[in-house]
Design a protein around this ligand. Structure first.
Ligand code: IMP
Length: 193
């Protein structure tokens, strides 16, 4: 335990830190919240750019090797929306779900994917690696489930009949976009740091 590599994880969402530590359980890495307030300006035009902005800001305030992600839900029939604006689509998680279901109410094509971009930088903010993970599925016709966060109650991953919010968090952490991106980062860290 005491020899684990500590990596600052740049987020204002404590649920994400819990998720990445659960996903990386068994590896030689422990993710910690940056010690100072984290307030980056997410003005990138892609998930990768935003994850880079957040990772550099995390390294600036912590001086540590830092990882940050940027993620979102892309709905095929809506031209990839809410995409980069997933967190800002409406003012609360419930309103965001309602808006999405409403926008798809007369649409049969429910295909969607969660995307997660991750950037790992050194303590000075130099890029070490960038990875992208995806989780494909469809948007349900109504919401269900209490686990997870965000759009989980309306996302049915491929191979399942229920939403991510109906699945155990352990199972979500095996199939999620964040798990997919993080496993690539862990492999990089274990081979290169
Ligand atoms: P960010 O990556 O923190 O900028 O926010 C992305 C937004 O996408 C979140 O606020 C959620 O609304 C949504 N999102 C990202 N990952 C997930 C997930 O695993 N489940 C549900 N919603 C997610």
């Amino acid at each position: 335990m005491e020899n684990k590599i500590k990596i600052a994880f740049g987020t204002g969402n404590p649920h994400k830190v819990q998720e990445v530590n659960e996903i990386s359980d068994g590896s030689n890495i422990e993710f910690i919240l940056p010690s100072k307030e984290f307030n980056p300006i997410e003005n990138g035009t892609t998930f990768l750019e935003n994850s880079l902005i957040k990772a550099k800001e995390t390294a600036r305030i912590s001086g540590q090797i830092s990882l940050a992600d940027d993620s979102g839900l892309c709905v095929e029939a809506l031209g990839g929306e809410p995409g980069l604006y997933s967190a800002r689509y409406e003012s609360t998680p419930q309103k965001r779900i309602n808006k999405l279901l409403n926008n798809l109410s007369h649409i049969d094509n429910r295909r969607a994917k969660f995307v997660c971009a991750m950037t790992l930088v050194d303590g000075k903010g130099n890029v070490l690696t960038q990875k992208i993970g995806e989780c494909h599925g469809k948007i349900a016709y109504s919401q269900s489930g209490k686990n997870g966060f965000g759009y989980d109650p309306i996302f049915i991953p491929d191979g399942y009949e229920v939403t991510l919010a109906d699945l155990d968090e352990d199972l979500k952490n095996k199939i999620s976009h964040r798990a997919n991106a993080l496993h690539q980062i862990i492999e990089f860290v274990e081979n290169n740091l």
